[in-house]
Design a binder for this molecule. Structure first.
Ligand code: ATP
Ligand code: MG
Length: 441
């Protein structure tokens, strides 16, 4: 009986060799620009103490309420009704709390209080799978820790926009807003709550409940009925205290100086509890309902909340899958990555196989891309494979070559064939200068 074939888990994605082009371009561009802007890479574990996210991301957020993959500590039970067992570990749903945890745990703030860090890696959220929404996805993000300068808010926005521009996207738009601080947030929350409570019946069902728990989540709602009501509200920036209003003005002035186009959206909030002051999103026109490539903003209270000193921060997270979709939309499918070997070694007799293997290794160590047959095919079939792969040079190894300690070189395009001493081979091939060092693209 045939064995059952096990399939991938819903909401996960394989990136096959032919699809890597845009991924590689995005990762390489992001790394180059992160480092050009002075950010150093940090890598934290894939899972953390569950409490880090309950506290950091926020207990009333969509992520903590519904989307975390948590494993309770052995012996603990979940309280009936509670979604998350707080004792245990959780696959990270986002990068910011882990970075701050690491920063505090290793006393980075005592070395230098101002730090610019970046990360790239997988995140996990139990979302309803749909186009561009996965349960394992990838984010590229930065966190600038230890400064409340509005120039830094602007710098992170410009950095994100630079990455998108450099990977070739032109259809993205930047939206910004300010959510205020501990000073002005209470008035903002009160006014929002009062305005939305008046139209409670018109909100989507889930949002009626959200209104009680966290009014900002109604602003972030994906429900069209709620969105229509939110559109009528005055901008939340109307409630900013003078310090927050001044900060926001300086962010906008810095963006304008840099020539970065943006739009103000007075109802923009982010789905995480820790944001203060500046929040922003970069959206792409081609992506439909889930059109955000990058979300970020300032979070001046998180470091303290996680047990550190008061430390203002700003950062963003860019969704890799969303950005790749936008790249496919604007630039078309990525070119197939070619694994074209520069040299293909053709084995003419079983006793020459080990010598072929040694030859391939020697060429690779000399910096050339080289390959051979591993399927025991006939010399004719090996030549066909070399042709199909587009190798410009074949090396032929049979009993004669083995005995004479020579190798036969065959230049495929010129249909020319000659022999050299084994010891002369690398030099001879280098003289051919046929781009044999190609690594595949
Ligand atoms: P949204 O409201 O779009 O769900 P969010 O507030 O949950 O966004 P962030 O946590 O700020 O998003 O993540 C930043 C970016 O990471 C998103 O704009 C998106 O591109 C990407 N992202 C978030 N969740 C997913 C997911 N489940 N699958 C793929 N990409 C995601
Ligand atoms: Mg989300």
């Amino acid at each position: 009986m045939a064995q059952e074939q096990i399939k991938s888990v819903q909401g996960t994605e394989d990136v096959l060799p032919g699809r890597w082009g845009h991924w590689r371009a995005l990762y390489a561009t992001a790394r180059r620009l992160f480092e050009r802007y002075g950010y150093g890479e940090i890598r934290t574990p894939i899972f953390e103490d569950t409490r880090l996210f309950v506290k950091g991301t926020g207990e009333t957020t969509e992520i903590v309420e519904k989307q975390m993959y948590s494993i309770p500590r052995a012996g603990t039970t979940t309280t009936p009704g509670a979604e998350v067992a707080v004792e245990g570990i959780t696959l990270r749903p986002e990068g910011t709390p882990p970075v701050i945890r690491s920063y505090l745990e290793h006393n980075l703030h005592k070395q230098r209080s101002f730090q610019k860090l970046y990360y790239i890696g997988p995140m996990f959220r139990r979302e309803r799978p749909q186009r561009g929404r996965l349960r394992q996805f990838h984010q590229l993000g930065v966190e600038a820790i230890g400064s409340d300068s509005p120039l830094l808010d602007a710098e992170t926005i410009i950095l994100a926009a630079d990455i998108l521009r450099e990977v070739g996207l032109s259809g993205s738009k930047t939206f910004i807003n300010s959510m205020g601080c501990a000073e002005c947030r209470p008035a903002m929350r009160r006014r929002l709550h009062a305005a939305l409570a008046q139209r409670l019946g018109e909100l989507g069902e889930d949002d009626r409940e959200r209104l009680q728990r966290n009014v900002f989540r109604v602003l972030d709602s994906k429900d069209e009925r709620s969105q229509a009501i939110v559109a009528d509200l005055p901008p939340i920036t109307a409630d900013l205290c003078p310090a927050c209003a001044a900060h926001y003005d300086q962010v906008k002035a810095a963006l304008a100086t840099a020539g970065l186009e943006f739009e103000e959206d007075g109802h923009l909030v982010r789905g995480l509890d820790y944001y203060t002051r500046t929040v922003y999103e970069i959206k792409h026109e081609s992506l439909g309902a889930r059109d955000t490539l990058c979300g970020g903003g300032r979070y001046d209270d998180l470091v303290k909340l996680l047990g550190g000193p008061p430390m203002p921060c700003v950062g963003f997270a860019m969704g890799a899958e969303a950005t790749i979709l936008a790249m496919e939309g604007e630039l078309g499918a990525a070119p197939e990555s070619s694994m074209r070997p520069g040299v293909y070694v053709v084995c003419f007799a079983e006793e020459a196989r080990r010598a072929c293997f040694e030859l391939v290794q020697e060429l690779r160590r000399a910096g050339m891309s080289a390959d051979m047959d591993f399927e025991g095919r006939s010399p004719k079939a090996q030549m066909r494979a070399a042709n199909r792969l587009g190798a410009p040079i074949c090396l032929l190894m049979g009993p004669d070559e083995l005995n004479a300690n020579k190798v036969t070189i065959k230049a495929m395009a010129a249909k020319k064939q000659w022999s050299v001493d084994r010891s002369e081979l690398v030099r001879e091939l280098e003289a051919q200068s046929l781009g044999l060092r190609g690594e595949g693209t």
